[in-house]
Write a protein that binds this ligand. Sequence first.
Ligand code: CP
Ligand code: NVA
Length: 311
Amino acid sequence: MKDLLSLKDVSKEFILDTIEKAIEIKQNPEKYATILKDKTLLMIFEKPSLRTRVSFEVGMTQLGGHAIYYDVSTSPLGKKETIEDTARTSERYVDIIMARLNHFSDCKALAENAKVPVIDALSDENHPCQILCDLQTIKEKFGKLQGLTLAYVGDCENNVTYSLLHGCAHLGINIKLGCPDDPELKPKQEIIDEAKAIAARNTELSKVEVYHDAVEAVKDADVVYTDSWMSYHIPEDRMEARKQKLLPYQVNSALMQNAKPTAVFMNCLPAMRGLEQTAEVVDGPQSIVFDQAENRLHAQKALMLKLLGKI
Ligand code: CP
Ligand code: NVA
C-alpha cells in the first residue's frame, strides 16, 4: 500500500498493525529516534490546523527527520500550478507528503501523480489519521475493540463520521449515528452502504445504524463521540440554522446518562463548549479528548514508518 487516502481502502490487518505499532512507539520512543534520518515530510495545508500540523511536525522531529509546512494560500497551486505538477515536482525533493486539501479528489490526484506516499490529513470525505489515533485510544482504554459500541451524534455529513464508519466496520465495532433527518446533516447513503459491506466481511458482524433521535443513538454505548457543527469548510452564515437543528443532538450530561456507566466521551477537537457538547462533558471525568489528541503523534509516527517500509 503506497498511500493512506481513505480507511475504506485499507485492510483490517493494516489498521490493527498500525495501532499495535503506535502503542509500541509510544512506549519506546527512543528506539525510533533516528529511523527517519535525512527523510523529509511535506505538509500541504489548504485549511487551518493545530493538532495535525503540530503532531506531524513533532513526529518527524522525534523520528530524526524533517517536516516542511507548506501553506496553499502562499503557493502557486490552483493558480499557476496544477495538482499534478505539484506532485511531480515535490516527489523530487521529499520522501513523503501529507495534505489537508478541500477536495478529496485533489488528494487522490496528488497520490496518483507522486511516486512517494501521500496521506489524506483531512478532506471533505475523510479523516483517516484521526480515526487511527481514535482507535488506538479506544484500545488503550478498553483493552479491546471488537464488540464495543460507538455512538456518534451531531453533524453526520462529515469527514470524521465517514472515517469512523469505515474504521469501526473493519474492526467489528458497532456504530450508531444520531443526526437530524436532513440532507445537510445526515450521512450519505453510499457511505453507510460501504460501511455495511466492510462489516459483512467480518465473522462477527458489527452493526451500522442511523437514528434521528440522540437518546436512541447513545443508548448503551461504550463510546460517545461528537465533532464540530461548524467544520472548517462551512460558511459562518450557516451557524444559526445548523445550531437550531443540531441542539437536540448536543452531548450533555443528561444524554451521557443513556450510555453505559463506563462510557467515555470523545471529540477529535477543536471543541466548542455549549455547541456540540457542554463544558461539563468535555471537561468532565468521562472525557478522553486530550488522550485522543496526544495519540495523533504516536499513530501518525507508526503510519509514516509503515508507508515508508521502515516497520
Ligand atoms: N482533529 C484535528 O484534525 O485537529 P486540527 O484541525 O487542529 O488538525
Ligand atoms: N469535521 C471537522 C474536523 C476537524 C478536525 C472539519 O472538517 O473541520
